[in-house]
Design a protein around this ligand. Sequence first.
Ligand code: GCO
Ligand code: MG
Length: 408
Amino acid sequence: MKITGAKVFVGGPGKNYVTLKIMTDAGVCGLGDATLNNRETLPAAYLQDYLVPNLIGMDPRRSEDIWQYFYRGAYFRRGPIAMAAFGAIDMALWDIKGKLAGMPLYDLFGGKSRDGALVYAHATGADLPDLMDSVARYVEQGYKAVRVQCGIPGMPTASYAVPEEAGGDGDYITDFSGIRPKTEIWDTDRYMRFMPGALAEIRARFGPELKILHDVHHRLSPREAAAFAKAVEPVGLYWLEDPTPAEDQDALRLIRQHSTTPIAIGEVFNSIWECNKLIENELIDFIRLAVTYGGGITHVKRIVDLAALHHVRTGFHGAPSHSPISMAAQAHLNAWAPNFGIQEYLVLGTPACDALFPSAHEMRDGMFYVSDAPGLGVDFDEGEAAQYSYKPGSHPIVRLEDGTMWNY
Ligand code: GCO
Ligand code: MG
């Protein structure tokens, strides 16, 4: 059996999804997602210029060897661009494997460990009453877990994932007005004074059952993060995410020494080598890597297995920048993983997105039910894709009030 060709598409409804389609002489195709938010053309070029020409003629069943061939063969291994490109190939090869076997991927991994996978939604508010309304809407829809982000009184601009005005909505991650980023202003003291109390009020209003998550988005120093994690302990957060910049892994040790608040980290990691020590030393509770820029199913499954040995559960990244293809890959891992925790899930199910990526995956009452179709269980409609093309966009950047650059 041979790979006969592969195509890369960039575009989608309100997103620049990077979609890979691998064709074989067995008449079976596989799909992969290489979307790297706001840098989408780079994994697309890596695929197009280097990987696809090498793929032609390879046996698609040898997904492990193909992964090793590209990873070891690159010499300059790892990094989000390369790992997203390897990841898309890997997903597509697993998709082909599942279709050849006539089995959904979760069965190839070892079968289902649960019927549905718990997901969390993103509630956001310009201020606390606005955030409470947002949480209430998700609770009414049946969500059992909600991430909460709130505008901070006195902060000169909105902060990460927060609208400028109450009732505001939209894509807070990507600004499609151009390639030059907008600037957000950040002040740690105001955040530290306000946020623990706001989280306590959310807990008081919604009661003990709701799983409440909060994302610090890499903004605190290790000492500040330790103080914050300690201050919010009575809230009983499901997790505190990215309390410190992810490069400094020792920072997590200080947080652990001061608090029992569960810590989630890893959405900017792209290999096991960035989280193996965090996992082995049991300094985190949830690993957040995405199957996309984590090198695909083959590599992420190794991380999940390592995590299982150390009581670390999964909480895969599921920002709206992931296409339904990688969300499906994660859904199959979620159905199988003995150490599954939760899945971040942002509404992908718009009519335009469903038309581009038809599937039988289903979201119901705050749970994700994976399709039983062979492979990933997602299709890609090339006719629909023809209407989309790449649109430049950017993340905001962050500065302190005196102009110092900070972490987005
Ligand atoms: C999350 C993340 C995202 C990132 C985004 C960057 O927890 O979902 O923090 O919102 O900011 O993926 O592209
Ligand atoms: Mg995050």
